[in-house]
Design a protein around this ligand. Structure first.
Ligand code: AMP
Length: 418
């Protein structure tokens, strides 16, 4: 029988990599706290309707990429393809934004999309997500963008580009949409099959198509900035001046529309020059209509999601530091079988005192134990003599020196030399 392997597009994050992920998550967590965001934990599956109505029926995510199934009660359930809709659902359900209150929330975890796997693109991938709910002013957009930039600054990422756009609101977007339909209808023959199909359902997404011929047509498409209503125009100007006040540089890209329908006004992405085709390390923007789309009162929101898998890839490629790799400080070694119990007691003592310690639990001999101790700072050796006089031989593995001390003093001795 062939061994069972992980499904396509998923992978195991093994210890050699997982400590690096912890570093990224801890750095993000501290930055979120510094910016006043608080952590929440959400279900990884939700009612399918949340994404159908929230993300948008005509988006690639909802049309082609969701992991949807009926549970045993016959309800349609979907593994979350993104976090924002779930955060908004939780805010509405738990009244976090009642009476005009605002909430700054962050979370991280796996998302699921049935996409074609490639470098930096998986079917189960991980996002670090921040959402600021209940505030409609542009300062919130600036704060969210600044937060994402600051996480990357702390992680040491270089060669990043912040790209921003405004996608308008329910007042001005229909006008722009019609302009696009008129324009693209006149160039139908030059569009790829997918974009032909998008023409009447979601023409904004044509702007985002990566195919060269569609790109050429899009270059000549009407400019969104000419269609923005006064409110959106003013909002965008405030976002831009806010970013400039904080000293950030950014690029404008009128073709940045992003793949989710709920965006209004600000849309942005942070791109890395070191990722190839899947070059976005984070994306986000404002979504003032999401709450009403999923049946809540009107709650404005702005947020971003950053791709943990991709951030780790870029950091690796750029040689960024992941801090110190966790290492075991002390290895406790039994000289003979009779000493194994005493060794386990000492190991446990170190561990409960917050000193990382390891010992052999599989009955291996002295030599094999010393070999395992090789990557530690100290070996604490116990044999018949040590047991007889309640001592332990402490070998400093970096200089080879060894002394005998009372076993009761071992914790203090190691703590002073860690
Ligand atoms: P989105 O929710 O599509 O705006 O994506 C936000 C971020 O999540 C992107 O900028 C990527 O860094 C990351 N991301 C999205 N889809 C994938 C995927 N299939 N595999 C890995 N990372 C992804």
């Amino acid at each position: 029988m062939p061994a069972i392997i992980a499904p396509r597009g998923t992978r195991d994050i093994l210890p050699a990599e997982s400590w690096k992920w912890s570093y990224i998550i801890n750095t993000a967590s501290k930055t979120m706290t510094d910016f006043g965001f608080r952590e929440i934990h959400l279900p990884v599956f939700e009612h399918t309707e949340l994404f159908a109505r929230g993300v948008g029926e005509t988006t690639d995510i909802v049309e082609k990429e969701m992991y949807t199934f009926n549970d045993r009660g016959g309800r349609s359930i979907t593994l979350r393809p993104e976090a924002t809709a779930g955060v908004m659902r939780a805010a509405i359900e738990n009244n976090l934004c009642a009476q005009g209150a605002s909430a700054k929330l962050w979370n991280w975890g796996p998302m699921f999309r049935h996409e074609r796997p490639q470098k930096g693109r998986y079917r189960q991938f991980y996002q670090i997500d921040a959402e600021c709910l209940g505030i409609s002013g542009a300062m919130a957009d600036v704060e969210v963008i600044a937060l994402s930039i600051e996480i990357f600054r702390r992680l040491g990422l270089k060669n990043l580009e912040v790209v921003i756009n405004s996608v308008g609101c329910e007042k001005c977007r229909p006008v722009y949409r019609q302009k696009l339909v008129d324009y693209f209808s006149a160039h139908l023959g030059e569009l790829c099959e997918t974009c032909k199909d998008r023409l009447n359902r979601n023409p904004l997404r044509i702007l985002d198509c990566k195919k060269e011929s569609c790109g050429r047509v899009s270059d000549g498409a009407p400019d969104i900035f000419d269609s923005l209503c006064d409110e959106c125009r003013e909002h965008f100007a405030e976002v831009r001046s806010g970013l400039e006040r904080l000293g950030f540089t950014y690029t404008l890209n009128k073709r940045l529309v992003r793949g989710l329908d709920y965006y209004t006004k600000t849309a942005y992405e942070i791109l890395s020059g070191d990722l190839g085709a899947q070059n976005a390390v984070a994306g986000g923007g404002r979504y003032d209509n999401l709450a009403s789309a999923i049946g809540g009162a009107k709650i404005p929101g702005v947020g971003f999601a950053c791709g943990l898998d991709r951030v780790a890839l870029v950091m690796e490629e750029q040689g960024c530091s992941f801090g110190e790799m966790p290492a075991v400080t002390v290895y406790c070694v039994a000289l003979d079988n009779e000493s194994r119990g005493a060794v386990q007691v000492l190991t446990h003592k170190f561990r409960t005192e917050g000193i990382s310690a390891e010992c052999d639990t599989s009955g291996r001999g002295f030599k094999a134990q010393m070999k395992s101790a090789g990557s530690c700072k100290f070996a604490c050796i116990i044999g018949a003599d040590e047991r007889a006089n309640n001592s332990v031989a402490v070998k400093n593995l970096s200089d080879g020196s060894q002394i005998s001390i009372p076993v009761d003093e071992a914790v203090t001795y190691i703590k002073e030399r860690m």
